[in-house]
Ligand binder design. Sequence first.
Ligand code: CO
Length: 166
Amino acid sequence: MEIVCYPHPALLTPTREVTPEDAVTLGARIRELFRIMYEGKGIGLAAPQVAWNVRLFVMNSTGEAADERVLINPRILRHEGSETGEEGCLSFPGIFAKISRAAAVTVAFLNERGEASKLDLEGLEARIVQHELDHLENILLIHRMSPAEKIKHRRQLKELRAQFSP
Ligand code: CO
């Protein structure tokens, strides 16, 4: 598995749910996601970013092993407030854009043991969950950018499109 960058079509391929029975069999691939995320110095990585079209992502907002999270079939149950912050994406190398997100979310998901779980998150973790969940819906950083942000990053976006070879 390796990271695919915008405008690779895998980022726009619909994703499928994981059954609890399948969730427990994915340990090795999930470790691989963490490895690739750390290698890219990212704090979140969604399966579609390695051309794997399932509804799961991994995240770690601090770099501490204890803060590793695996969210399978995530669903946001509650959004609260709004906050604009700088966001990057391993599929848009070198691009950082100001994006508005809910300040806090409650998210339901299956964990890596296939168990139903729920988390209340705020700040950076809430932002990561919203960004990675967007990937599962095929919504990318470029779709969330304001017109001003798109203009600001126009040249870099053009370079990414030029580098892409199908
Ligand atoms: Co991303």
